[in-house]
Every structure is written in C-alpha cells, then in structure tokens.
Design a protein around this ligand. Structure first.
Ligand SMILES: Cc1cc2nc3c(=O)[nH]c(=O)nc-3n(C[C@H](O)[C@H](O)[C@H](O)COP(=O)(O)OP(=O)(O)OC[C@H]3O[C@@H](n4cnc5c(N)ncnc54)[C@H](O)[C@@H]3O)c2cc1C
Length: 286
C-alpha cells in the first residue's frame, strides 16, 4: 500500500489531505504535527486572546475528520531529519515514519534573537495557540508585558493586552499610537533578566525595566531546519514548481514553507489552503 506522509496539520496540510482523499481512498495517509492540537485557525488566535471567540471556535477539524477519512494523526512529534534514501521522516526521539510520497506543509515559526537570557520561562515566540494559551493563563499575574516587533501582529497584541489595563512596552515602531502602549524605537532589549523566569529586561542603554513576559511575534522564518541537510533545493524557503514539486520527485511542499521557482507566490492562510487543495490530483498522477 502506498504511504503518504504530510508534515503539518494546518491550512496547507489539512487541505492537502482532503484533496488527496478526494481522489485516493486507498493509500495510507499520515499527518504529523509538533503541536498538541487538532487543526485550528492559526490566523485567529489573537481573537481568543482578545476574548472575541472561545477556544472551541478555533478548531476547524475534529477527531472525527481524521477517523472518517482514514488519516493517522501523530501529534507532538517534532520532525528533526529526513532520510530521502530510505524515505523516512525522523522525529526528535529518533522514532520515524516511512513514506513513498512526502508533503512538507510546516509553515513558518518565529526565530528568537540570540540574546542573553532568551531561554527563560516567560519569553514567548508567538507561533500559535500554545503560546496564546500561555499568555492568557499568565496575564492575571502580569504587571508589565514587553513586546518586541514592528509588524501588525505586534501592534495587535499590544492593543489587546493594553486594553486589559496591563502596562505594555513595545520595542519597535507603531504606525499610529495605541492607548496604554509605550513604544520605544531607539533603545532595544539587550538582555532578559531573572532566574529561571523573566523578571526584567536590560536595554541597550543599560536601563533595566521590570517585565512579567517578553513576547516576540516576529521575525518568522520557514520551519524547514530538518530539510537543510538534504538534496531538496531551497532559497529562503523550499523551492517548488507550479505543481508544488520540490527538486526531489517524490517530495512536495505547500503553504508558507514553500516558494515558487517559476512565479510570484502568495502567503497567508487562504493561499496555504489553496496550495494544499491542488495537491491531490498532482500526487495521484505521480
Ligand atoms: C498571530 C498570527 C496572526 C496571523 N494573522 C493572519 C491573518 O490575519 N491573515 C492571514 O492570511 N494569515 C495570518 N497569519 C499567518 C497564517 O496563520 C499562516 O500564513 C498560515 O497558518 C500558514 O499555513 P501553513 O499550513 O502553511 O502553516 P502553519 O499554519 O504554520 O502550520 C504548520 C504546521 O506544521 C507543523 N510543524 C512545523 N514545523 C514542524 C516540525 N519540525 N515537525 C512537525 N511539525 C511541524 C505545525 O505544528 C503546524 O501543524 C497569522 C499567523 C499568526 C501566528
């Protein structure tokens, strides 16, 4: 029986699995994710932080989806290596899963800067639901939240947390002022202070300010570290042709972890889902 493995349980990975099942009910289909959750709307996690929706509203596929479509779901399995000769996906604990065709749909993740103290509890690389749940649980005991970033997500988090009457210091540039948010653009964070947990940050000027958590919503880089030692060609992300084929004929890449070598590519939730939805027909012709 043909074995298809999809790494990624989100917009691109789920739509890929659906498009494969639409034309192929026979192959063994496995989805792998390093998160502990059923598929959820990653792009709406700040609505949960804001209290506009409940956690259950985020999930767009339930246990039944995987069961009814004969999809094996492997959660909390971080992929650290690919063996393309033996066609194996290798997990952090060195366990592995074998494939005949592989779909990489691993999106992107925040790359934390190499600051002293960056490993402390309370430093948050904001990738999705796990981190938003941590913020929600810890906000009631927070006095000051530090956010590092200039983008829309940084501004949105700052606005949401400031509205909860918690002091917010944003290290970056805001396009317009936000009530309750102090923006600092000329004195970056240089060190995270505390024992095992964040207590304060030191700035380039040497000034120290108290902080209960430090949130990094950016910069985001494709989550493709496990691809680097393979023959799969990459630029900023994995290079694919118009049929989402990588330089290895039995490996495909979709969503935010891929870029086209032939045409400009769009990013974001809808584009990732669209990429995946085209994959079924392509894979089954191969
Ligand atoms: C806070 C926030 C707000 C956003 N707002 C918007 C918005 O308003 N509009 C918009 O279009 N987009 C928004 N986005 C971006 C959007 O969520 C992404 O473009 C979209 O989720 C990409 O889908 P994807 O399937 O390619 O990857 P992702 O959704 O990133 O999913 C990647 C999957 O791969 C898994 N994975 C990654 N690495 C590994 C590994 N090594 N081993 C095992 N599994 C792995 C993850 O667990 C996950 O299941 C936002 C993102 C965030 C975080």
């Amino acid at each position: 029986m043909k074995k298809i493995v999809i790494i990624g349980n989100s917009a691109a990975g789920i739509s890929a699995s659906e498009s494969i099942r639409a034309v192929d009910k026979e192959s063994k289909l496995t989805i792998v994710s390093d998160e502990p959750f059923m598929a959820y709307h990653r792009h709406k996690v700040l609505d949960l932080l804001e209290g506009k929706i409940k956690e259950r509203d985020l999930y767009f596929r339930s246990q039944d989806f995987y069961k009814n479509n004969g999809v094996e779901l492997l959660l909390e399995r971080e992929v650290v290596e690919l063996n393309l000769n033996k066609k194996k996906v290798i997990f952090k604990d060195r366990d592995f899963v074998e494939f005949d065709q592989l779909v990489i749909a691993t999106g992107s993740k925040v790359k934390l800067p190499t600051l002293k103290g960056i490993q402390k509890e309370g430093v948050i690389a904001l990738n999705g639901l796990r981190e938003v749940k941590f913020i929600i649980e810890n906000l009631p005991i927070a006095h000051t939240v530090v956010i590092v970033g200039c983008g829309t997500t940084a501004a949105n988090i700052a606005r949401i947390i400031a509205a909860k009457k918690i002091e917010v210091k944003l290290f970056g540039v805001l396009s317009e002022p936000i009530e309750g948010v102090e923006a600092v653009f000329d004195n970056p964070v240089s060190e995270i202070l505390g024992d095992s947990e964040v207590k304060a940050v030191r700035l380039a000027s040497n000034k120290v300010i108290g902080a209960s958590m430090v949130i990094f919503p950016e910069p985001k880089l494709p989550s493709i570290d496990f691809v680097r030692d393979t023959d799969i060609k990459m630029n900023h992300s994995i290079l694919v042709d118009s049929q989402m084929r990588t330089s290895i004929p039995f490996v495909f890449a979709v969503g935010d972890c891929a870029e086209s070598s032939e045409q400009p590519k769009s990013y974001g939730w809808e584009s990732a889902a669209k990429d995946g939805s085209m994959l079924g027909g392509i894979l089954c012709q191969t």
